[in-house]
Ligand binder design. Structure first.
Ligand SMILES: Cc1cc2nc3c(=O)[nH]c(=O)nc-3n(C[C@H](O)[C@H](O)[C@H](O)COP(=O)(O)O)c2cc1C
Length: 216
């Protein structure tokens, strides 16, 4: 397959030091709000992010999850705690998350620590999900080998009938993680591959972020 000619020129804009707030979360929120306010194709999920986990035994794994909440100091997503990612995070909570927003020629790289959210936060989000998603979360042993998908559909039907009109309680092995960032890098593509890159690094004892410009 010949693909070496595939190349875009990035012309949307630039990022300079004077654009940078003291806190990286503020810049993330500004970029996210700009996306949210834009006319985007229906298929483009602005809150889709790549989550990478690793540990010595299992190596490195990446997959997409959806960002479901953003607070002053963290990024929240929801998943099955017994999944591959859940097992990896239990061994090593250091994770990386990554966003690529081609419409603005931007990427954001985040590295930090994942911790489970409180039961209350997980319950609130679980209750807000459509009933079919709740049923799916209960019956799917995420990341395990299964023989076919028909069994899952049968299990969902069975559970639906068993529960009747009642609400579906959140399974204990399903809930949220919050990723608290220690490093955030903002990348703005520019022509001739002279992209702007700024990295924020947290000094944990002081809570102060240092900012460095990195070569593209
Ligand atoms: C657009 C998109 C959104 C997804 N959102 C989630 C999510 O929020 N939570 C989740 O557990 N899996 C989500 N997935 C599925 C994961 O990518 C992955 O298949 C699953 O979590 C199992 O990963 P693991 O075996 O590494 O634990 C999503 C996949 C896609 C393509």
């Amino acid at each position: 397959m010949t693909i070496h000619h595939l190349r875009r020129n990035y012309t949307f804009g630039s990022l300079s030091r004077s654009d940078l707030p003291v806190e990286p979360m503020q810049l993330f929120k500004d970029w996210f709000a700009q996306l949210h306010a834009s006319e985007l194709p229906d298929w483009f999920e602005v809150n889709a992010m790549t989550l990478s986990t690793s540990n010595l035994a299992a190596g490195v794994s990446s997959r997409i999850v959806l960002l479901k909440h953003l607070d002053e100091d963290g990024f929240l997503f929801f998943t099955n705690y017994d999944s591959s990612k859940g097992h990896q995070i239990a061994i090593d909570p250091h994770v990386a998350i990554h966003f690529y927003w081609p419409i603005f020629d931007r990427q954001v790289r985040i590295e930090g620590r994942a911790t489970k959210t409180s039961a209350e936060i997980s319950n609130n989000y679980f209750e807000s999900r459509p009933r079919t998603s709740q049923l799916g979360a209960v019956v799917s042993p995420q990341s395990e080998i299964i023989s076919d998908d028909a069994q899952l559909a049968r299990d969902m039907d069975e559970l639906d009938k068993k529960v009747g009109g009642q609400s579906i309680p959140r399974p204990e092995n399903w809930g949220g993680y919050k990723v608290t960032p220690l490093m955030m890098e903002f990348w703005q593509g520019k022509p001739s591959r002279l992209h702007d890159r700024f990295r924020y690094q947290l000094n944990e004892p002081t809570g102060v972020w240092t900012i460095d410009r990195l070569a593209p």
